[in-house]
Structures are given as structure tokens and as C-alpha cells.
Design a protein around this ligand. Structure first.
Ligand SMILES: Nc1ncnc2c1ncn2[C@@H]1O[C@H](COP(=O)(O)OP(=O)(O)OP(=O)(O)O)[C@@H](O)[C@H]1O
Ligand SMILES: [Mg+2]
Length: 299
């Protein structure tokens, strides 16, 4: 009799413990998911500096004490891993295999930046059946436990995959050079997303400028057009100087911020890091990584 009662009590206590633990895990997960910042880097025209910005921003943010996870979602020319100085065997799509866990596809790169390499197959991921999507969603959800900031290098232009990633991210950095063709393509991107501006947080970054003035001119030009035709204006987060170190860094397969933190382009990255860390995140769209995944998977 006594034995049975005490076993029952033990069982009840065990169950209460388990429930408390799972609540705690749930809360931890919830908090992490809410605070992880998701930044997509995109452009209208290709080759204007997305990958270099993504990699160097990741290194800069990591050096400022943020835990950064960089995701290469550029299907056409996925090359973050090249700039991180290593070749990876696995990508996000491998997570579809039951035995592959999140840790298996995450690589550790320079300065401790974590990254997930070339997501060839995102198209499949977006089109796969609900059960597979759920499994992928569950595995990916844990990214938020590992990172304070998740940076996504999207492709250029307006194909479906790029749009999905850009629309799902809470913050979007739209990079352009001052060339008229790049500006026209940047405008096309803003136009395509302008229907969502109430929950979009697009900021412009002007790359390959020769003097600061050029950044203001570009922002002004773009805003004249967006104001006239779309009724919106876009803020500028900063600029990056034309700097020969960028080409050198690409050849050496190393982020330029590591090669020379004092070079003009590196100093610009440091300024961008400061702006990102001091700027307020838009409350209405601050749904973190979990919000990003829910939007990607259409929940
Ligand atoms: N600030 C800069 N100064 C000098 N050269 C630059 C600068 N930014 C980019 N470049 C040059 O442009 C090239 C393309 O840059 P990057 O690969 O980052 O562009 P991207 O937008 O990711 O291209 P893609 O659309 O093909 O993915 C670099 O290899 C470098 O030669
Ligand atoms: Mg690129």
C-alpha cells in the first residue's frame, strides 16, 4: 500500500518535472526565435557586391560580439563558401535526409562565423510535400538557438526564390552600384516589393563609390523615382568605397575585413555594423527567425 502510494507520488513529481522542463525549453526556444535578427541581402542587378557584403558584414558583426549564421541562398552562383575560404560538402537540402541534423550542415568559417552553404535545391524545398516541409522547418527552427543574427545572401533579381527569401526576412539590405543599369534594376526590386512596404524594412547600400557624395546622389535619384511612381522613399544604411582590396580578397578567398580592417572598404563595413547594431528594428516585423520560417513555408 505504502509502496504504491509513494510510487504514485514519484510518478506525479516526475511528470511535473518533465512538464516544467518542456515549458522551459519551449520558452527558451520562443525567446531565441523572437530575438534572432534576420537580414536578407539582395540586389536588382547581379555582380554588384551582395556576397562580399554578406560575408564581411557577417565577420564584422561576429567581431562585435554577435553570433552570426550566414546562409547562402543564391541558387545560381552560390559562392559564400569560397569567400569563407573553404569548400563544404553539405547544404541545407541535405536536411531532408532523416539522419542529417542541423549541426551537420553548419560549417565554421573565419572569425567563428557559422554558415550554411549553397542552397541549390531551395526550389525543391519550397515545392515538397507538407510532411517533408514540417521536418525541415523543425530542424531549421534551431538556427535561432545558435545565432543572434542570421544573414541571407539571396540571388539577384526577381525570381521566385529570391522573392520568397526577401519577403520572409524582417530586414532587407538592397545593394546597388551607382551605374544607371544597377539603379534601374534596384528600382524594379523596390517596385516589386512596394505593395508590402507596410511590413518591409528595405535599406539601400551603395557599393563601389569613389566619394561619399555619390551615395547621397544615388539615394536621391532612386527616391525621386520611387516617390513619383510608388509614393514611397527608401532610407540608405550606408556605402562601400571602390577598393582594390575587394578583388584581392576574392582571389585570396578571404574576407577583406580580415585582410586589412583599415582599408577603405573595411572601414565602411565597420560603419555598417555600427549602424545595424545601433538602429532600431521595426517592431511590426520583428518576428525573428521563426517568423521567417513560417513565412517561407507558408504557415
Ligand atoms: N567595393 C568594391 N570595390 C571594388 N570591387 C568590388 C567592390 N564590390 C564588388 N567588387 C567586385 O565585384 C565582384 C562581384 O562581387 P560579389 O560577388 O560580391 O557580387 P554579387 O552581387 O554577390 O554577385 P552575384 O550576383 O553574381 O552573386 C567582386 O568579385 C569584385 O571584383
Ligand atoms: Mg553572390
Amino acid at each position: 500500500m505504502f509502496d504504491q502510494a509513494s510510487r504514485l507520488r514519484d510518478l506525479i513529481e516526475e511528470r511535473a518535472d518533465e512538464e516544467a522542463q518542456s515549458r522551459q525549453v519551449g520558452e527558451l526556444y520562443f525567446n531565441a526565435a523572437e530575438t534572432t535578427r534576420v537580414i536578407a541581402i539582395t540586389s536588382g542587378k547581379g555582380g554588384v557586391g551582395k556576397t562580399n557584403l554578406a560575408v564581411n558584414l557577417a565577420v564584422g558583426l561576429q567581431s562585435s560580439g554577435q553570433r552570426v549564421l550566414l546562409i547562402d541562398a543564391d541558387i545560381g552562383t552560390a559562392n559564400v563558401n569560397l569567400l569563407m575560404g573553404s569548400v563544404t560538402n553539405r547544404s541545407l537540402v541535405d536536411l531532408l535526409e532523416d539522419e542529417v541534423q542541423l549541426e551537420d550542415v553548419i560549417e565554421s568559417g573565419v572569425a567563428g562565423v557559422k554558415y550554411i552553404s549553397g542552397v541549390a535545391g531551395v526550389e525543391e524545398a519550397l515545392n515538397m510535400n507538407r510532411l517533408k516541409q514540417k521536418k525541415l522547418h523543425k530542424k531549421l527552427a534551431r538556427c535561432s538557438e545558435l545565432a543572434d543574427v542570421i544573414i541571407i545572401d539571396t540571388g539577384a533579381g526577381l525570381n521566385r526564390n529570391v522573392i520568397e527569401f526577401v519577403l520572409a526576412a524582417e530586414e532587407v539590405l538592397l545593394i546597388t552600384t551607382p551605374e544607371p543599369t544597377a539603379l534601374a534594376d534596384a528600382y524594379a526590386v523596390i517596385k516589386a516589393y512596394s505593395t508590402y512596404t507596410d511590413r518591409r524594412n528595405i535599406k539601400l547600400i551603395v557599393n563601389r563609390i569613389r566619394e561619399e557624395e555619390e551615395c547621397y546622389e544615388v539615394t536621391e535619384k532612386i527616391n525621386q523615382t520611387t516617390k513619383k511612381f510608388l509614393g514611397v522613399t527608401i532610407g540608405c544604411l550606408g556605402y562601400i568605397y571602390e577598393d582594390k582590396i575587394v578583388r584581392e580578397a576574392v582571389h585570396r578567398q578571404e574576407p577583406f575585413l580580415i585582410i586589412n580592417p583599415d582599408s577603405p572598404a573595411s572601414q565602411c563595413i565597420s560603419e555598417l555594423v555600427k549602424s545595424l547594431l545601433s538602429g532600431k528594428r521595426m517592431k511590426s516585423v520583428s518576428r525573428g527567425w521563426r517568423g521567417f520560417l513560417d513565412r517561407i513555408f507558408g504557415y
